[in-house]
Design a protein around this ligand. Structure first.
Ligand code: TDO
Length: 189
């Protein structure tokens, strides 16, 4: 498994091996022991799967507030997305900055987005299937988000608000400047 780090501490990309043969391929898409070596102390409790029909579907930027904050291990099994994580950890040297990674069925990359980040993605191909493991259960009362196109975040999305497809909920998310983060940065983590 290939492991990549980023300028924002806590984010990782993993590329599991694919063993191709005449039938197709085999891949260990999650191995608790290998994951633990890079990101210790994590337990996943729920697996999610979404389908987005068109290119330009933007979901995000989402997070759950404590006590149900979620870490997410995300990947794409069909199609392609631009996946984005925004650092919301108060006191972090990279607070408010983001990492964008392309995830696709072709590159087989997974992105680890710990609790304390807002997460979102934009589909780049039709019929994109997005799969992820999360570290806490869905808690609608803790569900929150920030506008994907907030100018203060400066994310270079391939679609703008007029051309993207958004949920009603995502169309009215709060601006970053009004957001009082409940997350704190742990220097030692
Ligand atoms: C996220 C989620 C949603 N739902 C339900 C609520 C709602 O009726 C329907 C669709 O929910 P949403 O519109 O919030 O789905 P979606 O916009 O795909 O939300 C997801 O976006 C990406 C970017 C993330 O990071 C995820 O954590 C999650 O927030 O599914 C669950 O039952 N369990 C869940 O874990």
């Amino acid at each position: 498994m290939k492991v990549e780090e980023f300028p924002i501490k806590g984010l990782y990309a993993f590329t599991p091996k694919q063993f191709g043969d005449g039938r197709g391929f085999f891949s260990e898409t999650f191995n608790a022991r290998a994951f633990e070596e890079v990101v210790p102390g994590i337990t996943f409790v729920q697996d999610n799967h979404s389908l987005s029909r068109d290119p330009g579907v933007i979901r995000g930027l989402h997070f759950q507030n404590p006590p149900h904050a979620q870490g997410k291990l995300v990947r794409v099994t069909r199609g392609r997305v631009l996946d984005v994580a925004v650092d919301l950890r108060k006191g972090s040297p990279t607070y408010g900055s983001h990492v964008a990674v392309e995830l696709s069925a072709e590159n087989w990359k997974q992105f680890w987005v710990p609790a304390g980040f807002a997460h979102g993605f934009c589909t780049l191909e039709p019929d994109t299937e997005f799969l992820y493991k999360v570290t806490d259960y869905y808690a609608p009362d803790c569900d929150s988000g920030i506008a994907f196109d907030d100018p203060d975040l400066g994310i270079d999305w391939p679609f703008d608000r007029a051309s993207a497809t958004l949920s009603g909920k995502d169309a009215v998310l709060q601006p970053f400047r009004e957001f009082d983060s409940p997350f704190t940065y742990d220097d030692k983590a």
